[in-house]
Structure formats: structure tokens, C-alpha cells
Design a protein around this ligand. Sequence first.
Ligand code: SF4
Ligand code: SF4
Ligand code: SF4
Length: 197
Amino acid sequence: MVDMYIIECCRNCPNSLLDLEYVAALVKEVFDAADFNLRQRERLQTDRPLHHQIFRVGIAGCPNSCSQPQIKDFGIQGQLIPQSAEGCVFCGKCVLACPDGAITMTDSGPDINRNMCLNCGICIRKCPSGALRAAGTGFRLLAGGKLGRRPRLATPEPDIADEYQVKEYLSQKLELLLQEGKPGERLGQLLEKINGA
Ligand code: SF4
Ligand code: SF4
Ligand code: SF4
């Protein structure tokens, strides 16, 4: 019997901030713990789900989001939070490297605009002196994306999650769909109905 969910990951990319196989295994554990295949079959009353009836997860190693977590029922993006430290030599490489224009130079070193920064970690890799460091790593979580007749971008969670929160958040969303969703209803439609989000 076919699985009632699909996990799509980036592959073999040097930019990845995540151990993608490990994260995919983590996600699969949540589906198994929820007995998702069986319950989703019962909910939809079919062993042969249509394309839109399969729950889709996108895991992207970084905010470039090549595996398109924004249009999946559940999305995960790798995150690396930059922080400036001692030792800046004022080369300006971080300013030039940031794809989002989030860094400006000041007399005391780089200033990172947190509203613009997507936590991709590129500036850290480009810094020759170690004056930009990782303040933390984690996951950006998104829920409720889809294409189809009425496309919808997934709603991002404001905070960066750890592994435990990934499992908790996905588990909550699966339970919501299994318990409250009408047959054929996607998670995004359900979230809109409940929260308008
Ligand atoms: S999202 Fe990032 S890690 Fe994934 S393929 Fe694209 S650039 Fe590579
Ligand atoms: S982490 Fe990425 S987005 Fe944020 S400041 Fe560095 S290069 Fe720019
Ligand atoms: S790349 Fe590093 S050394 Fe160069 S300006 Fe930025 S923080 Fe300073």
C-alpha cells in the first residue's frame, strides 16, 4: 500500500545547514507515532489517494528553499543565526555576500538587521577573520502550503524551533488534520478556517 505522505528533501548540497537524512527520519517518526497512514486511509476511505490527498513535507537545508517548503503542507528550513564577535578586519565581505542586504558596516563592525536576515549563514562562511559566528542553529517551521485551485503559501512560525519543537508542531498539525479535517481538505484550508492564518 502506498504511503499517505511524502517527504521531499534537498539532496547532496554543500549549502545545507541540516543533516537532511536525520531530519527526514525525525519527521517519519512523527508520522509513524501518529499512525498516519492507517488513520488517513480511514479518513479518506481509500487505499489509492489522489495527488492532493497525500500530505507533503518539504525539508530544505537552508532558506533558499529549493525543495519548496512554502508550498507543502508542512515545511522545514535549516537556520543558522549569525552574530558578530571580536576580530573584524573591516573587509566588507559579509556586506557583499549577504543576498538580502541585511548587513551594514558601522565603526564597530557589521550590524545585522534581524528583520531582513533569513539566517542562511552565508556571511559566516565568507568572513575571513571569524568575526561572524553562529549564535545558534535550528529550524524554521511552516504549515499549510499548497498549490492547486487556490494556491496558498505556508504560514511560517515566528520562532526558530529545536528538534523537540519540530516533532511537537508536526504532531499537532497531523492530529488537527486527522481529527478536524473533512475528507479531501488540505491542512492550509483547515488552518484558514480555524485561524484565518
Ligand atoms: S535549499 Fe539550500 S541546501 Fe537545499 S538545495 Fe537549495 S541551496 Fe542547497
Ligand atoms: S545569515 Fe544570510 S541573510 Fe543573514 S545576514 Fe548573513 S548572509 Fe545575510
Ligand atoms: S567579513 Fe568578517 S572581517 Fe570582513 S567586515 Fe564582515 S565581519 Fe568584518
